[in-house]
Design a protein around this ligand. Structure first.
Ligand code: SAJ
Length: 411
């Protein structure tokens, strides 16, 4: 089977697909990005990044200007396809594979035989086989031997994607060993990490396992923070002390766990083995319960501050120094507070966005505010995201307000 990988299509130009396409193209590979959003495609072709990711704009502009990267709304013909579409979950916490299926249908129509198809989207066990079957059922003229299919889960950290995409080790799970080797050859164009070849199902589970490990560790920290608050102990000092032990490494508590990875992926394991994934399920529930605990603390502070109090909510993103609001516990807290405390004035401070998110615009008591104005006016200051700009505030700036610091940055 020919291994011509000179023309690569990246399906889905979001937080993972766009950096992948830009880096591939920047390393001289002719890359065509495909996305259903006409607006994003037009922006990308102008060299503009539709979201915040440090370092991406420079690489994208270089690739677009040199002509190695272009974007389109139609699935193009290519030697290799990288699928980086969302895998959301349904209300019952099962994976929704409809975006993967739509990508498979688009790819199926373009295949001539011999192409490599890589699923990068985080997926439940069996999703790569499902993608291959979907393609083959749309193309009865092709057999399983005519396409190479692999799963190569992305594991980059939002905020550090441009660095980690090149330096991280990559797990590559092929439906066949030949598919895994072809995928390795493709990533070798830019990846300096180690290539770890396995089968597709193990690769799917490895990615889910990494994020579940982190979720369980953060749940432990969040449970400790609730216990410590009750016992009058500073949880951040407690964890710092415990982490001096050579075999203890506890993560940090916060207002809850957000983003589209750690807050989602463990559910795919729970869904695959509901009778057995008890610890993983409990960790999810513990982290999901944390925003409600923070809300309780804010409501207590509001009671003391009296009617018509002003609350500064510092940060809406799901974590520091990015603009991503997906599954954000901070945004959830802001929405709930707006609903439950209609007399309070809420000043949301999120330096990485320019307009109030749609889910907050319907409330008359929430405005997007600058940091200085919010601090001048607030009776209660709630630190929700440890953005650098908040860390740099002199603590004396908070003297006149009741402070709820969910990330422990102002101790
Ligand atoms: N968080 C805490 N305490 C901590 C660390 C994180 O409360 O000590 C919270 C964050 O504030 C955030 C959430 O957890 O709300 C997730 O943030 P994160 O930085 O842990 O992870 P993500 O979701 O940005 O990226 C994760 C990473 N996975 C692991 O570190 C195992 C990344 O490498 C993956 O590529 C990414 O998920 C993904 O796409 O799956």
């Amino acid at each position: 089977m020919p291994r011509n990988l000179s023309r690569v299509a990246v399906i889905g130009l979001g937080y993972i697909g766009l950096p992948t396409a830009a880096i591939l193209a920047d390393h001289g590979v002719t890359t065509i990005g495909m996305d259903v959003s006409e607006r994003n495609v037009a922006a990308i072709n102008r060299g503009e990044v539709p979201f915040v990711e440090p370092g991406l704009r420079e690489v994208l502009q270089r690739a677009v200007t040199s002509g190695t990267l272009s974007a389109t709304t139609q699935t193009p013909e290519a030697d290799a396809y990288i699928v980086a579409v969302p895998t959301p979950f349904t209300e019952t916490h099962s994976a929704d594979l409809s975006y993967i299926e739509a990508a498979a249908d688009g790819i199926a129509a373009k295949l001539t035989g011999g192409e490599l198809v890589i699923l990068e989207s985080t997926s439940p066990p069996g999703a790569t086989e499902h993608l291959a079957q979907r393609i083959l059922s749309a193309r009865p003229d092709l057999s399983a031997d005519d396409i190479l299919v692999a799963h190569c889960p992305e594991r980059v950290l939002p905020g550090k994607i441009m660095e980690e995409m090149i330096t991280n080790d990559r797990i590559i799970g092929g439906l066949t060993p030949e598919a895994a080797e072809a995928a390795r050859d493709l990533y070798a164009a830019f990846c300096k990490g180690e290539f770890l070849l396995t089968d597709a199902r193990t690769a799917e589970m490895a990615k889910l396992t990494e994020n579940s490990f982190r979720d369980v560790n953060i749940a432990f920290a969040n449970e400790l923070s609730v216990i410590s608050h009750k016992l009058g102990i500073d949880v951040w000092e407690l964890i710092e002390l415990a982490n001096h032990h050579p075999r203890v490494n506890i993560l940090q508590p916060g207002p809850g766990v957000g983003g589209h990875c750690i807050a989602v992926d463990p559910w795919f394991i729970v869904d695959a083995a509901p009778q057995d994934a008890n610890l993983i399920r409990t960790a999810r529930q513990t982290n999901d319960a944390k925003p409600e605990w923070v809300l309780g603390r804010i409501e207590q502070a509001l009671e003391s501050a009296g009617a018509g109090a002003t609350v500064a909510l510092l940060g809406l993103a799901f974590k520091a120094n990015i603009d991503d609001l997906r599954e954000s516990p901070s945004l959830h807290i802001a929405e709930q507070l707006a609903r439950r405390a209609p007399d309070a004035q809420l000043l949301a401070v999120e330096p990485h966005i320019e307009a109030l998110p749609a889910s907050l615009t319907g409330f008359g008591n929430v405005t997007l505010s600058g940091l200085e104005e919010a601090l001048d006016r607030a009776d209660v200051v709630v630190l929700l995201v440890d953005h650098q700009v908040f860390k740099e505030l002199p603590v004396s700036r908070l003297d006149d307000a009741t402070v709820i610091d969910t990330r422990g940055i102002w101790r």
